[in-house]
Design a protein around this ligand. Structure first.
Ligand code: B12
Length: 333
């Protein structure tokens, strides 16, 4: 029988920065689903239709894996370099001590999670290695489903249950060791493993992220209205962006990190050992906006950005974002 400590040792030797275990239990999955249901019912998911059938997909997923016993939740530190901090609504740059590096003229800011290679593939590959090593250790082909965003799992709640940190008001999993700069991923396995105690923590009375969000997307009790979130608007939303939100988008051409940067936990950021996730492996901290308009076709766009998470937005969306950022920059000078 494999112990949880053996799993954690293997995960750490493969480079995972955090690892915890959750025992699969219908009642905890149902408990996590309740706030999710309310969130959808309130329409906070905007046009992310794929979240509407999340619950039925989750039901199918568990029905197809009746022998599932444990969830191995891993965290991957993606913090690298100081990058380009951006100011929030009230002018705060960051609670962290990192210096501000301005994004130059004609450049649009990219959220940190997309600086390097696409994390879905990078982490997915390493989880395959973990699965193989666990099979060797178990002396049988274990069943383990890999999840990096791709399965109907509420990853942040699971990470809190696995003891990796707590869900902050900006709805990010905040790790006491890595702050908000942690990707989450899971192996759902048929291994019987000793679970970890859930992490107990909260933001207390801190509301910096709420006050600093330029579009007021964060609710006073925590949680996001995606329809106002710059990350949603620039990545997930396919149509026009309401004009009254344009100026708040500032110079963000893809994603947004303001509610992460201003969080007191942001200062926990330390250089990742995952070279694939650093700027040189991808497109880096910012994009040349004028160059974007010279990309001749969707095919060339895919060639340019296909290996990075930026390709989650299509060419039309990125050009829409670039137009808004150029207007914002023009307005300021
Ligand atoms: C849809 C989605 C989005 C949407 C909606 C975001 C949202 N807040 O839900 C948009 C496009 C806006 C988005 C943006 C970003 N995302 Co996103 N996203 C997802 C995705 C695919 C699903 C999330 C989901 O189900 N949301 C629905 C809501 C209801 O679920 P939830 O917020 O997790 O809520 C649960 C708990 O958090 C808890 N809860 C909710 N609110 C609160 C508040 C408090 C105070 C407490 C205690 C609990 C609590 O109850 C809920 C039910 O269980 C996940 C991957 C996954 N499968 O989980 C990645 C994921 C959440 N995203 C991630 C990242 C990195 C980002 C960005 C930072 C990217 C960027 N820089 O642009 C931003 C951050 C914006 C933000 N502040 O949330 C990471 C977060 C890692 C982490 N450390 O938390 C994830 C986990 C992907 C990954 N595999 O690493 N994302």
């Amino acid at each position: 029988m494999i112990s949880s400590n053996q799993v954690k040792f293997l995960a750490s030797s493969l480079g995972f920065d955090a690892c915890g275990i959750v025992r699969i239990d219908g009642s905890i999955l149902e408990e996590d689903m309740r706030p999710f249901r309310t969130w959808i019912a309130q329409g906070f998911h905007g046009t992310m239709k794929y979240l509407e059938d999340f619950e039925s997909r989750a039901k199918k997923f568990w029905e197809n894996f009746p022998e599932a016993k444990s969830l191995i939740v891993v965290g991957v530190n993606y913090y690298s370099g100081h990058g380009d901090a951006a100011k929030g609504r009230n002018g705060k740059i960051s609670a962290s001590p990192f210096p501000r590096v301005a994004v130059s003229e004609n450049q649009g800011r990219v959220a940190r999670y997309a600086w390097g290679k696409d994390y879905h593939r990078v982490i997915g590959k390493r989880l395959e290695e973990l699965r193989n090593e666990l099979s060797k250790l178990a002396g049988r082909q274990i069943r383990a489903e890999i999840c990096v965003d791709t399965k109907p799992l509420l990853e942040r709640s699971l990470a809190q249950r696995a003891g990796l940190g707590f869900v902050g008001k900006q709805s990010q999993l905040l790790s006491p060791k890595f702050g908000p700069w942690l990707f989450l991923a899971e192996l759902v396995t048929d291994l019987e493993l000793e679970p970890d105690p859930p992490f107990v923590g909260s933001c207390g009375s801190c509301r910096i992220c709420i006050d600093e969000c330029p579009t007021q997307a964060i609710h006073p009790e925590g949680g996001i209205d995606a329809r106002r979130c710059i990350a949603y608007l620039t990545i997930e939303h396919k149509g026009e962006i309401s004009e009254n939100l344009h100026s708040a988008i500032g110079d963000w051409v893809f994603g947004c990190d303001i509610c992460l940067q201003v969080c007191p936990y942001a200062s926990k950021g330390k250089e990742t050992a995952w070279e694939e996730l650093k700027s040189p492996a991808g497109k880096g901290t910012s994009l040349d906006l004028l160059k974007l308009f010279k990309i001749p076709s969707n095919g060339s766009y895919e060639k340019e950005f296909g290996e990075t998470a930026i390709s989650r937005a299509n060419r039309k969306q990125l050009l829409r974002n670039a137009t808004i950022v150029l207007q914002n920059k023009g307005g300021k000078s």
